[in-house]
Design a protein around this ligand. Structure first.
Ligand code: KG4
Ligand code: ZN
Length: 341
């Protein structure tokens, strides 16, 4: 590939976003096209897996074409293909992996299979290219809530995770209880802005000194509060609910930073787009002299640029993967270090 910086084309289809990005080198985003299916799933109140797969198939080629156009390059200029192959909805993952393998085969280029959460962690590198391990990552998405220690590149140690619902899931379920449309997280956050958290306090599940999380109780607390009355303003419930989730995420992240002694903390995943979480962790990190990296909101929610960044890093250290790799609906990030054949 000479001295020219590697051009990576990556695909992300693990859930309900069809995304294709073109990355130059480790962190220069040439394009990052994200076709959301939110409109399709909204009427069902959540993601319908088969509908998601079919929509990915419809959108795949136009999204790839647009990503190339926006980047101002043609397919022959692509050096490396990256794709999310785990974890995620089985059918949705298959669409991206099949397209990526076809591209790699036709172009005779190497391919790298990426763990979705490793992609989220690499979104921090897109925001601040010079950050290096050791670092702590709070990964907060719709399916996962994890505190991950990255001691060396591509090696992940799970310090804590949710024992039930993920933080994003809690946002989505709380939003549904408040009668807000899917996707609930941003809608609840918006409603909360005009509310008063102290007017509708919600419980926090601290789980003792543990770095694990539990977010299912708060959903029940909200359901009971709504059923019992006295009726408070919906925006107060939203604010109280959001404040409880943010509080727990923030306190546990700071505790993990203290225990591990790492200088850098990254907050990634869809929930990292939340304004209150960004502000609270920003204040806490500053008070402790920690370097905090929170990507811009559009890189927090699912996108292929983060997958390209992870694929590129993995390629430089480990080379490409054999074409035969599978899709895996459920797999921990810790096992991401060994790419399944
Ligand atoms: O990382 P992501 O885009 O997809 C998964 O990998 O799951 O995260 C999606 C999650 C959803 O639960 C969504 O409601 C939540 O992130 N989310 C938010 C916000 N934006 C997205 N939650 C709270 N506040 C937001 N602004
Ligand atoms: Zn995600």
């Amino acid at each position: 590939m000479g001295r020219r910086r590697v051009i990576t084309l990556a695909l992300e289809t693990s859930c309900d976003e069809t995304s294709c990005a073109i990355l130059r080198g480790s962190s220069q985003i040439l394009s990052n096209v994200i076709a959301s299916q939110a409109d399709l799933h909204a009427r069902f109140g959540g993601v319908v897996p088969e509908a998601a797969s079919r929509r990915h198939v419809e959108r795949m080629v136009p999204v790839i074409r647009l990503a190339l156009t926006n980047a101002g390059i043609g397919l022959p200029q692509v050096d490396l293909i990256g794709v999310t192959n785990r974890p995620g909805l089985a059918g949705a993952l298959l669409t991206g992996v099949t397209a990526a393998k076809a591209l790699a085969y036709a172009l005779k280029r190497p391919i790298v299979a990426v763990h979705h959460l490793e992609g989220h962690i690499y979104s921090a590198r897109l925001a601040e290219p010079e950050i290096e391990p050791p670092l702590l990552a709070l990964v907060v998405s719709g399916g996962h809530t994890q505190l991950v220690l990255v001691e060396r590149p591509l090696e992940y140690r799970l310090l804590g995770s949710t024992r039930d619902d993920a933080a994003g899931e809690a946002f989505d379920k709380g939003a549904r209880l408040l009668g807000l449309p899917y996707p609930g997280g941003p809608a609840l956050a918006q409603l909360a802005e005009s509310g008063e958290a102290a007017a509708a306090p919600m419980p926090r599940a601290w789980m003792g000194e543990s770095l694990d999380f539990s977010f299912s109780g708060i959903k029940t607390a909200l359901r009971n509060a709504l059923a019992d009355g006295p009726l408070k303003r919906p925006e107060d419930y939203a604010a109280g609910y959001q404040a409880a989730i943010v509080d727990v995420l923030c306190v546990k992240t700071m505790r993990a930073a203290e225990i591990t002694g790492v200088p850098t903390v990254c907050v990634v995943g869809g929930v990292a787009a939340n304004g209150r979480l960004r502000a609270a962790i920003g204040t806490a990190a500053k008070a402790r002299g920690l370097r905090l990296v929170v990507p811009p909101p559009e890189l927090c929610t699912d996108n292929a640029a983060m997958i390209a960044a992870a694929a590129h890093a993995r390629y430089l250290l480990r080379g490409g993967d054999a074409m035969e790799f599978d899709t895996i609906p459920t797999e921990s990030l810790e096992s991401a270090a060994s790419v399944p054949a």
